[in-house]
Every structure is written in C-alpha cells, then in structure tokens.
Ligand binder design. Structure first.
Ligand code: MG
Length: 288
C-alpha cells in the first residue's frame, strides 16, 4: 500500500493513496500521525479501513511530508561509486580521507529540515548561496530494534520513500562536520508517499532519477549503492536503537550540482523532481 499524510479541512490526516484519490484512514478511525500508525501497524486493519474510509479527490487535499521522524534523519555520504568520485574531484568534502569509503559515512539532518512535496526549498536559509540537490531512496523503519543482522534487516523495514538531501555546500565544507550544511530549514523534502515493503520488495532493481527544470541530472539503479540497505540497517542498529518512523537516506548517485565545473547550484525559480519507479515523484520549487 501507498500511505500519505495529508491536510484537509485544516487537519492533518493519514491516508491510503488510490488511483482515484485518497482514502481518509483517519476518518475511518486510524491515527492521524504516520509514526503512530507505523508503531501499531496492522495490515488487515488498514485494508479494512481503506475499504470503509471516505474518499477525497487529490485536488481537495494537500500532501505533506509522510512523517517527522523521532530522531534526526540519518543519511549516508558517498554511497554511489561515481558520486564518491565526483564529490572527491569537487574538493568540497573537508572530511575526506579516501575516495571510496571502507565503512558507511553516516551523518544526520535535523528533523526540523523535513518538508513535504511542493513545499519550497528556501535558498535564503543557506547564507553561502551554494545550495545543491541530492535525490535519494529513504528507508522507513517499522519497528524498534537493536543489533539487527544483515540477513534480518529487511524484516524491520516498514517501507520506502523519497528524500532530497538538499545541501549547503560551503557550509558542509566550512564546518567539516556535515550537520550544519545538511540541516537548514526546508532542506529535507520527503515523500510523497511511503510504499510498504511488501508492495515493492525489489527496490534494488528500481531506478532513481533527479531532474532540475526537466533536465535529467541523476539516474542510477538503487542496486548501485556501495553499502546496501541491509548493511546500513545492520551498521546503524549495532549501536543505535532504531525506532518506528526513523528514516535512513541511503545516499545519492552521480550528477549533483557540484559535479559540474563550474558548479550548478539551485537558483530561485528552479523546480527539482526526484522520482523512483514504484514510489512516485517528489517535486519541490526553489524560492529565494
Ligand atoms: Mg546525501
């Protein structure tokens, strides 16, 4: 199933995305908060609620970010080979010791940076004027867990979403640690939906594509990840308790703005779209 958080009648609700609109699961008695829904997830109850729920046309609702995770968004740097090489060439990675990492490079983005589809990426939140896009697969964790093995990892995944790991490049470089450059408000567009893992078990075979004003900038198969989804979950959960609603942004492929010479930073009026087959398209305008 494809689950969304949406605003209708000035109230936040959780819905199931259907061909002809959204089934209002909150009106059918399920939680209005996606993290609560994931914590108490009962597939049969959601199917039953979808059948009973009032339908709303897509034009009547505003889709927001699917959730605000319980901790900062966890994210992975330099996790596609060609991107690791372009990032290294750009000179923007002040923490780099080797072009291809031997262990996952993990950082976080402030939870307050999360916005939804169609929400603007606000350039003035980056005082250095070096705002860049990074289209990524987001993994949504389904249950509280620790010390998950690679073999068990898929069992703790709730579903998949799309994340744009928007980055202030000069801040990323200047502060060495990436947290500041990755965390300005509006710099984590997420959505539009969470697709449950049972509906999209072959996520590694799907293509991710990022377009700026319709021009394709990034295109890669998820399988090209250096450290795959299950390894990331195992690595993180070895030391951190993962919780329902936690999000792992798995890394971005080649084709970011700093991969060009000169760099092609986002400009006011740009529109960034990140698509993953089977999940949808996350579209955000860029404003001053
Ligand atoms: Mg990234």
């Amino acid at each position: 199933m494809q689950l969304v958080t949406f605003i209708a009648d000035d109230r936040r609700r959780v819905g199931a995305l259907l061909d002809d609109g959204v089934a209002d699961l909150t009106a059918a008695g399920l939680p209005a908060d996606m993290v609560e829904l994931i914590e108490s997830f009962d597939p049969a109850a959601v199917v039953d609620a979808t059948d009973r729920a009032p339908r709303r046309a897509l034009g009547e609702v505003r889709i927001s970010a699917p959730l605000r995770p319980p901790k900062n968004v966890m994210a992975v740097g330099r996790n596609y080979r060609a991107h690791a090489q372009e990032f290294s060439r750009s000179g923007f990675d002040a923490s780099e010791k080797e072009t291809l990492p031997s262990h996952p490079v993990i950082f976080t983005k402030a939870a307050t940076s999360v916005v939804g589809p169609e929400d603007p990426i606000v350039l003035s939140n980056d005082p250095t004027g070096t705002t860049d896009y990074e289209g990524e697969l987001g993994v949504v964790i389904g249950r509280r867990c620790r010390r998950v093995t690679v073999e068990q990892a898929r069992s703790v995944v709730f579903g998949w979403t799309i994340v744009n790991d928007v980055t202030a490049r000069d801040l990323q470089k200047r502060h060495v640690q990436w947290f500041v450059g990755k965390s300005p408000d509006t710099f984590c567009p997420m959505g539009p939906a969470i697709v449950t893992v049972d509906e999209l078990p072959d996520i590694e075979d799907r293509f991710l594509e990022t377009r700026v004003n319709g021009e394709v900038r990034q295109r890669a198969r998820i399988a090209e990840l250096i450290f795959g989804i299950d390894v990331l979950i195992s690595t993180l959960s070895e030391v951190i308790t993962l919780e329902p609603g936690d999000v792992i942004a798995t890394g971005t492929p080649e084709g970011v703005g700093i991969g060009f010479d000169p760099p092609r930073y986002l400009q006011p009026g740009d529109v960034v779209e990140v698509s993953i087959e089977g999940i949808g398209t996350l579209r955000n305008p860029v404003t001053p």
